[in-house]
Design a protein around this ligand. Sequence first.
Ligand code: SF4
Length: 244
Amino acid sequence: MISDNFDELVKTTIATLQRVADKFSPAVFASSLAAEDQVLTDMILRNKLQHKLSIFTLETGRLHAETLAVLDRIKETYDYEVTSYRPQPEAVEAYVKQNGLNAFYESVDMRKECCRIRKVEPLNRALKGNRSWVTGQRRAQSTTRAALDVQEQDEAHDMIKFNPLADWSEEDVWHYIHSNNVPYNVLHDRGFPSIGCEPCTRAIQAGEDVRAGRWWWENPESKECGLHVVDGKLIRIKPVATNA
Ligand code: SF4
């Protein structure tokens, strides 16, 4: 459902991004190029916040062509080049040589190791030297995100993390996209509400959970890519005062 206070929600979200740029920079926005991330990209670039709040993506080497095409759409629409962070080639080569290209289907550990090489290490590199970071995560997306706050202390990276869309519904996201002509990944129109790497994402059926197509062979509780996991355990992220 579109929130009754949608216009207020938009204003609050832009204000959060403005506050990040003004008080918590240098800051970066980690975009997975999904619908939520496109909302934030639009807000950052329309409000010219990119000099203090730049946008990057993790180009894992296993993304769909349709996802990579979003980078071109952003360039065409906003004349902005999203920075791509890629995995270290030697780490990918060693994993593939030792385990095979698609070993992530074999066990949760193998999957987490692939995510560590292709996502976690590049993410750590992208976050280095910044004071805060922003994600497009929403509370309603999955069981692992139910406790998400707009502003949190990210213990794993020892920095402040903002989730400006924490309160948004899926309908809010699409209402914003259509009202503002925001470019988005065409896979969303083909049954992919949540999009990750190609071999680890499938289309879902009507009525399935929005993240059911991600790592669908695993349990719902373990479906995070390890970006907020340290030593195999989910890191508890503590909320902090929002007027800091
Ligand atoms: S989502 Fe799949 S292919 Fe992508 S890094 Fe994780 S395990 Fe590897």
